[in-house]
Design a protein around this ligand. Structure first.
Ligand code: SAM
Ligand code: SF4
Length: 333
């Protein structure tokens, strides 16, 4: 097998995100409609198959693996997958095994995650107001998530909080959220809403450019650009007054595709080479075609050779359909 994956634009693919399930115990307004049709259960890759695909990517030079979803911690048996993948941490083939979670199940799993070598996780929290939290997530309970964060910290996990910036919803709460995160020794990363999948409502009503948020923050705090990188698309600043970091993920106001190092696998074995494009490669067929990984390995190479230059997201009122029909929960955020 070749030891590294280089795309047609010379970018090295070293980061795989895996949506282990597209199901979720929340229904965040910007992510899902209340009534969702999920991928058929019979199409799911088994946990063993997910492990095989991940391991094939690691053999080809992937150094960072993020489990996501949907809500990764609602996939039955997900800890078996975490445990088996952790062998690659032990050999040094994998630098980091991490996950993005809504935190609802963290109290239950934090210790096990730490035990299997997970060092830091991203937890999505858009507001610290319990009523607003219920409104945004439709089904979520803030107190459970905060208990989960506490359990994760007690287990020694580093936390990064992700928050989607939502116009008129959490817009004025962002400075307070930032101060809370920094008091918890957690970074805060803000995300612009991306036009993925049909939701019940109009995305232009939610969209809040982070350039506006940054300008508002700069009215109250001193933000210093720093070179800090986590391997993701966020650009970080240090807040002089709190000493903490804040990251901005700005797919719409600032395109970050030129440094893209990642691809995304769905729970049914479809590989998306770009979050913002429809083109995809089916890895399930080659995976099941033979017990050896040769066919799979070739299919991965072929897919990477088709990685596009970037996405074409725009959010405006003339664009009534989402840029991409599938939801973020399918490809994984
Ligand atoms: N359920 C987990 C969670 O919420 O952290 C993992 C999956 S979720 C799809 C990953 C991230 O994507 C979350 O931080 C969520 O806020 C973000 N997200 C979901 N839909 C989005 C959208 N349309 N635009 C921008 N971010 C979105
Ligand atoms: Fe579920 Fe995460 Fe989507 Fe919210 S953002 S509905 S928690 S997958």
């Amino acid at each position: 097998m070749s030891a590294s994956l280089i795309d047609p634009f010379g970018r090295s693919v070293s980061y795989l995100r895996v949506s282990v399930t597209d199901r979720c115990d929340f229904r965040c307004v910007y992510c899902m409609a209340e009534n969702m049709t999920f991928l058929p259960r019979q199409d799911l890759l088994t946990l063993e198959e997910l492990d095989r695909v991940c391991s094939a990517f690691i053999a080809k030079g992937v150094r960072k693996l993020r489990l996501t979803g949907g809500e990764p911690l609602v996939r039955k048996g997900v800890m078996t997958l975490v445990e088996s993948l952790s062998r690659h941490l032990k050999t040094g083939a994998l630098e980091e095994l991490t996950l993005t979670t809504n935190g609802s199940q963290l109290a239950k799993y934090a210790k096990e995650l730490a035990h299997h070598g997970v060092k830091r996780i991203n937890v999505s929290v858009d507001t610290l107001d319990a009523v607003k939290f219920r409104k945004i997530t439709r089904w979520g309970e803030l107190s459970k998530v905060l208990d989960g964060i506490k359990a994760a910290q007690d287990a020694g996990l580093h936390i990064k909080i992700n928050a989607v910036a939502l116009k008129g919803v959490n817009e004025h709460e962002i400075p307070a959220m930032m101060q809370w995160c920094h008091s918890q020794k957690a970074d805060l990363t803000l995300i612009e809403t991306m036009p993925l999948g049909d939701i019940d409502g109009d995305r232009t009503d939610q969209y809040l450019p982070l350039s506006t948020v940054r300008a508002q923050l700069e009215g109250q705090f001193t933000l210093e650009d720093i070179a800090y990188k986590t391997g993701g698309p966020a650009r970080y600043v240090r807040v002089k007054e709190t000493g903490g970091r804040i990251g901005f993920i700005t797919p719409l106001t600032h395109n970050f595709c030129e440094s893209c190092n990642r691809v995304r696998l769905t729970c049914t074995g479809t590989l998306y080479m770009c979050l913002g494009q429809e083109d995809a490669a089916d890895l399930r067929k080659p995976l099941r075609a033979s017990e050896s990984d040769e066919v799979l390995s070739r299919a991965i190479d072929e897919a990477i050779s088709r990685k596009p230059k970037g996405h074409d997201f725009i959010i405006d009122r003339t664009q009534l359909k989402p840029a991409v029909a599938r939801h973020m929960s399918v490809t994984g955020g």
